[in-house]
Unconditional design. Structure first.
Length: 436
């Protein structure tokens, strides 16, 4: 018996099988040889929520959920947050290496060339009602960009891909700011290429009548750090969507729109908005214990707690707490922080949360910071999408260039009826047609 082989005995037939193990993993297709008869399809694995199934090989992001480790291309998230800018990290995630100063300047220049929206896209955004949820506006507008850039369909050309990637990263803040200003009927502010990525975003969001809007440098850096923390997170729900849709060779705009739709759900990127609603519902520190009890009794979840992969403190939540302190020196304390800290304290001491290894995740504190900076809660998930587009596109590109990847198409276990035949409508059970 080989060392890197798994021996299996099918008790139904008594037959033995050897299946190769690579990287601690067996290939599900190797189980197909296990059959009870020649016309049996062969053994499958059943894993409805990908609890223990690798869907790809990836060199982008490493997570050790038990130890609370997160690395992009091998670099610890803490080092990247401390030493790099968001666009520098975006370059790393997309290209595999940190840029030299020349590479970084070229990359920044490329992104800046693509920050503007086509005027017809602006008109498209104007068609939304004033109270449209920004996530719905974002998803639709990204999908609409597919009609503006039809050449994006040529996904096999690396140069073309690079251009669409830069376009998408560059336009996300512009779309977001336009969504926000649309709600208030404020005139849209065109991008200003003299500014950094985050300063430009803040300018498009908040500039009013002042001749020159000057972003607070502490807040601009805090936003940059938050963008770094959200840039990728290996095979999460939206990234899996990006890969699945992209595997059909759909263009990157519609694929990113689909990924953003997955992100919008409250169990994924939508959680940051839900945390704020939860803190509003709790109302004050004194009500925290009763709220935790309600959750333990099965009424709802603690939003911003728990993670499929992290069974230890989310390393991003730790950096976010530090970033929050910086932000509050400028904005003053967000009163919801007190409730959040009390919630964390009580939950981390509680047997229910300890037993299930439920810790605060990235969304627990990010909303409190965003709110203190002046963002409305319905924009929080959009703020998550701005940097995550980098991860989606890096993973999409990796998938397209992976010779092993094919169109994503899972199997199913059919649980419906066996073959049956159509009965005329007047003869069907309970039918009144033709009845006396
Ligand atoms: N509050 C209370 N209980 C929670 C919980 C939460 N936030 N998250 C998980 N649990 C409980 C589940 O009810 C389950 O309990 P049980 O074993 O008694 O049935 C147990 O912990 C395991 O949870 P499960 O739903 O199987 O975990 P998952 O890996 O499928 O889900 C999340 C992961 C993130 C979807 C889940 O933790 C969640 O819904 N969190 C809140 C939303 C959120 O913050 N999402 C952002 C993620 S970055």
């Amino acid at each position: 018996m080989g060392q890197n082989m798994l021996s299996l005995t099918d008790q139904r037939t008594g037959l033995q099988f050897e299946v190769p193990i690579t990287d601690g993993t067996i290939r599900a297709a190797d189980l197909k040889q296990i059959k009870t008869s020649p016309d049996d399809f062969g053994m499958m694995t059943y894993d409805p929520a990908f609890l223990n199934t690798a869907s790809c090989r990836s060199a982008i992001t490493f997570i050790d959920g038990d130890k609370g480790i997160l690395r992009y291309r091998g670099y610890p998230i803490e080092e990247l947050a401390e030493n790099c800018s968001f666009l520098e990290v975006a370059y790393l995630i997309l290209n595999g290496e940190l840029p030299t100063d020349e590479e970084l300047n070229d990359w920044i220049a490329l992104v800046k060339r693509h920050t503007m929206l086509h005027e017809t896209t602006k008109k498209f955004l104007e068609g939304f009602r004033y109270d449209a949820h920004p996530m719905g506006m974002l998803i639709s507008t990204i999908a609409a960009l597919s009609t503006v850039y039809p050449e994006a369909r040529d996904i096999q050309d690396p140069e073309n891909r690079k251009k669409q990637i830069a376009r998408l990263i560059a336009k996300m803040p512009t779309i977001t700011a336009y969504c926000y200003r649309h709600h208030f009927g404020l005139p849209y502010i065109y991008p200003d290429n003299d500014l950094s990525f985050t300063e430009n975003f803040m300018n498009m969001m908040w500039k009013l009548l002042e001749p020159k809007y000057v972003a607070n440098p502490i807040l601009a850096r805090a936003l940059d750090i938050l963008f770094i923390l959200h840039a990728d997170h290996e095979q999460n729900c939206s990234t899996n969507t990006m890969r699945a849709v992209g595997s059909s060779q759909a263009d990157p705009y519609v694929s990113v729109a689909a990924a953003a739709a997955a992100l919008s759900g409250p169990l994924h990127g939508g959680a940051n908005e839900e945390v704020l609603h939860m803190l509003d519902e709790i109302g004050s520190k004194e009500n925290v214990a009763a709220y935790v009890k309600k959750v333990k009794d099965g009424h709802g979840k603690l939003m911003g707690f728990g993670h499929r992969v992290y069974k230890n403190y989310d390393p991003r939540a730790r950096i976010i707490k530090w970033t929050a302190d910086q932000v509050f020196t400028v904005t003053g304390l967000n009163p919801k922080l007190e409730i959040a800290k009390e919630l964390e304290r009580i939950a981390l001491e509680d047997e229910y949360f300890i037993k299930r290894k439920l810790y605060p995740n990235v969304d627990f504190y990010s909303g409190i910071i965003y709110e203190a900076m002046g963002f409305r809660p319905d924009l929080f998930t959009v703020l998550f999408a701005i940097p995550r587009v980098v991860g989606w596109l890096a993973q999409w590109q990796e998938m397209l260039t992976d010779p092993e990847q094919k169109i994503a198409r899972p199997r199913q276990i059919y649980t419906g009826s066996g073959e049956r035949h159509v009965v005329p409508i007047d003869k069907r059970h309970g039918s009144t047609v033709g009845a006396d």
